[in-house]
Design a protein. Structure first.
Length: 236
């Protein structure tokens, strides 16, 4: 990252670390200190990227004729904001052509459901899918979600404009943020890391990754693995 004279070098900060664990070897401690310095650099780079993201110029104005059906009835795009000025929208891969929803999306949303009430203190959070609202609500109840706000994209317009539909007409997951300032709604940021931007040997992933499950697995010796993904159930 760029040299910032206000920041103490990461290696120097790592030397201040007083954590030690029972029976660790000197070899382990040397390697762990080197890793700690890299973790400090990673934290700094994540904040640098977050600052750069927050400083984006105004995005495109939202002008589409978007209509949704929520659990409390029909709503337009502005209605998704509620009383907030910022809106986060996740496009859920659960279109009418699917017998069951995407397990990866479902894993992510299950984690987000636990945070939804906290998130709602600062911004609006909406989950949009192309299936009828009755189908979405039935699965919400099956999954035990309590606080996620689900919406059916009744005319597919939003999903098509904001990358919730792939070139083949099938579902794509999409993660977008919108702002409402002085009565004008604009796109602020959207995830743009897909197959084209994936590194060799890795699945496409965003940075930072919005799935808590991967954060947990990334700190284990087994890592994420290459042949395991979340499922909708584990009874079989």
């Amino acid at each position: 990252m760029p040299n910032n004279p206000a920041l103490i070098p990461a290696a120097e900060l790592a030397e201040r670390n007083r954590y030690r664990f029972p029976n660790e070897s000197a070899e382990y401690r040397r390697a762990r200190q080197a890793l700690l310095a890299e973790e400090i650099e990673l934290r700094r780079h994540l904040e640098l990227v977050a600052e750069q993201r927050r400083a984006l110029p105004p995005g495109g104005e939202v002008t589409g004729h978007y209509r949704f059906e929520g659990e409390r009835g029909p709503v337009d795009f502005a209605g998704l904001f509620g009383d907030k000025d910022t809106l986060v929208v996740y496009s859920y891969m659960f279109g009418p052509q699917r017998e069951r929803p995407c397990p990866m999306c479902t894993s992510l949303l299950s984690a987000w459901d636990g945070e939804a009430r906290d998130i709602a203190q600062r911004v609006a959070l909406a989950v949009v899918a192309r299936s009828p609202i009755e189908r979405l609500v039935a699965f919400k109840q099956e999954r035990g979600w309590r606080d996620l706000a689900l919406y059916s994209d009744t005319n597919d317009s939003y999903s098509r404009d904001y990358h919730g539909v792939g070139e083949d007409g099938g579902d794509d997951a999409a993660f977008n943020v919108f702002t409402r300032r002085d009565g004008t709604i604009r796109h602020f940021w959207g995830g743009e890391m897909g197959f084209e931007t994936a590194d060799p040997g890795q699945d496409p992933r965003g940075a930072p990754d919005p799935m808590p499950i991967w954060m947990i697995l990334d700190v284990t010796p087994e890592g994420r693995g290459k042949d395991w993904y979340p499922k909708l159930g584990y009874d079989d």
